[in-house]
Design a protein around this ligand. Sequence first.
Ligand code: G6P
Length: 367
Amino acid sequence: AAIEKGNYRHYMQKEIFEQPTVVAQTLSSYIRPLEQQVALPQMDFDLADVKRITIVACGTSFYAGLVAKYWFEQFARVPVDIDVASEFRYRDPVLEAGGLALFISQSGETADTLAALRHAKAEGQKIAVVVNVPTSSMAREADLLLPTHAGPEIGVASTKAFTCQLAVLAAFAANLAVKKGRMTRAEEQEVVQHLTEAPAALNAALAHDDDIAAMAHLIAPARDVLYLGRGPDFPLALEGALKLKEISYIHAEGYASGEMKHGPIALIDEAVPVIVIAPSGPLFEKTVSNMHEVMARGGKVVLISDADGIAEAGEGCMATIEMPKVHPLIAPLVYAVPVQLLAYHVACAKGTDVDQPRNLAKSVTVE
Ligand code: G6P
């Protein structure tokens, strides 16, 4: 059956709003609710033997991989390498025995990612694939197939596939940690608990759609926009900048908050909005001090945080976007929503073709 937009103006908007449902759908195949355990599909190798993980992907899927690197290292203490697929083969990566290569792709057909998969396979790596199209080439060639259940994604700029990828990757990292003896049963239950809270938190984030629409005019006239984040939320800054570039054609850069003073701070003036992604939590104070460096130079800040974070640091910001207060594990999923919505509403304000942005393709099947 044809996929309809229903009451939505664009597929992208519809797909953003589907996230609570499709993330719940995806999680339901990785969580055993009664046992409060994470569970993965069958595989013909033992995850306990994995000594190193190499993550390869493109675009938004690459940013999901960047978040996952934090989780694999933090939970399972397994070292992670990560590359964009177009760079991977050409650096002749060192792929030793006991390595797992992990490919992340909405379509399962991106040419560079597929070529990287085949290279890693030929080098003797076990192949894990997080993919949204179960009949895709990557799905067929995987040793461990980890499907996302986002349903068909039509908008060229990926949204719901990303949050579903994060849900799968969090469950995967927890399962690896359990198998490695790095996570206790109680800790696993906590992870399951936090993941289970994600759909409602995504709904709460979506409830701020009107606020975000109302402030899009603050960003639409900008020529350049800077996004800052730290730790597992740093990739969200990259993803926010990518979304804005893709559909509104505004130049945007994502930066690790602490790295800003090594370059981008030179760009700061009242014409460059700075979007700060800062859930309250262990890294909050550090990010806020970077935000103050921006403000001291006349920079106009949009702070995306929870009520506590906004109460503490919202003063002097051009605008704030309030998110529900969530555990740091699920913050990358929840904070994906405001960066998607901001890009969406800015693009609408500019009148661009949201679902079919110029020069971009949904699936890039050439290298
Ligand atoms: C294209 C799309 C992006 C997507 C990227 C990777 O650039 O426009 O939205 O993130 O390809 O695609 P994949 O299907 O491999 O996730």
